[in-house]
Design a protein around this ligand. Structure first.
Ligand code: KG4
Ligand code: ZN
Length: 349
């Protein structure tokens, strides 16, 4: 079954064709980062307009790279939320139009569930399971979804059944990276820049707080950490050279330490031995290294979603769309609406 996925929830216009929920035949992502950079964050109205311009050419390119025509598509899958309403609207309308014109089933995909699924994707035919329902990353497992818009821990029982164990009380982890980068004049978005600049810095150079949150042990808070960086900068000025590297390495360590420890604790409490990391911040090299190291120490399997499927993409939407279609979770192209606040909690697992 070939599923065309469309993703326009934030600032990436993306389309992809995935066979049987796993084999990625094409994965096209057009980023609007350059457009939003001058504003230091995503401007919703500009995002919607840029999606309008890009979405049809991106869908065409995804089909061309897959070597397919529109009629070869069996199912249309589109992100319906959570995200920016105007941005979601663009993808949803295109998905509806294609489903009606081609007379194909339409499925509406939860963006977070798609992130949680992304580790199942592959481009190598040999790596795809012979039976689509025997997936390479076994269930149940713990998933840590960390991006610019969300930071949460989940117990995941299947592609469609997951339960939120905790989430951020304030900033998402990616937001903390982006705000600290802006504070230090490093531009937007800041995650990748901080990751690169922190290399070689001393992770214990600046004492920064970790919010363990007592009883709310699976929730997160990054606003105190952000304030601590601001206070440090006020006292010492904006650092340069080695001092900048040290501050960034210390900040990154504080974020990664909390994310990894809480994921390990969730695995222990749920008696699970596998942790999947996904979402844009899941691309962070220190987070990946620390998770791998602590998982080895505690005999837990660390599953690192490939970098190209960590940040927003439509392959994860098409991949999960396959399972929705198989489950008969098809929606009418005449009534599907985007839902900016679509639950991040998923179906009860
Ligand atoms: O998943 P994503 O592409 O979009 C959302 O759904 O939010 O995540 C984007 C976020 C941004 O905040 C960006 O700064 C962060 O992911 N990010 C990183 C890295 N690459 C992207 N954060 C830390 N380290 C990275 N290497
Ligand atoms: Zn995302």
């Amino acid at each position: 079954m070939r599923v065309l996925g469309i993703e326009t929830s934030c600032d990436e216009t993306a389309a992809s064709v995935v066979a049987d929920g796993q084999l990625v035949l094409s994965n096209v992502v057009s980023s609007q980062v350059a457009l939003h950079r001058q504003y230091g964050g995503v401007v919703p109205e500009l995002a919607s307009r840029a999606h309008l311009d890009a979405v049809i050419p991106i869908v065409d390119l995804a089909l061309e790279r897959a070597g397919l025509g529109l009629r070869d598509i069996d199912v249309v899958a589109v992100t319906r939320g959570p995200g920016l309403i105007g941005a979601l609207m663009v993808g949803v309308q295109v998905g509806k139009g294609l489903a009606i014109a081609l007379d194909r089933p339409l499925v509406g995909v939860n963006h977070i569930a798609a992130h949680l699924y992304a580790a199942q994707l592959t481009e190598a035919p040999a790596a795809a399971s012979p039976t689509p329902d025997a997936l390479p990353v076994a269930y149940p497992h713990i998933a840590l979804a960390v991006s610019g818009g969300h930071t949460a821990l989940y117990r995941v029982d299947s592609p469609l059944a997951f339960r939120e164990l905790g989430s951020t009380l304030d900033d998402a982890a990616g937001e903390a990276f982006d705000k600290v980068a802006l504070m230090l004049g490093l531009g937007y978005p800041g995650g990748r820049v901080i990751d690169d600049l922190a290399r070689g810095g001393r992770t214990d150079a600046v004492a920064l707080p970790r919010a363990w949150l007592g009883k709310r042990k699976f929730d997160f808070s990054f606003s105190g950490l952000k304030t601590a960086v601001r206070t440090h900068v006020k006292a010492h000025g904006v650092p340069e050279g080695d001092a900048l590297r040290d501050l960034l390495a210390s900040f990154q360590e504080a974020v990664a330490d909390v994310l990894v420890e809480k994921a390990m604790l969730a695995a222990k409490e749920q008696r699970l031995h596998r942790i999947v990391v996904a979402g844009g911040v899941g691309a962070n090299s220190r987070l990946r290294a620390l998770l791998t190291q602590r998982c080895v120490e505690r005999r837990v399997e660390a599953v690192l979603t490939p970098l190209r499927y960590c940040t927003d993409n439509a392959a994860m939407v098409a991949g999960l769309g396959y399972h929705l279609a198989q489950a008969g979770d098809v929606v009418s192209p005449f009534t599907l609406d985007p839902d900016a606040g679509l639950s991040r909690s998923g179906a009860p697992a």
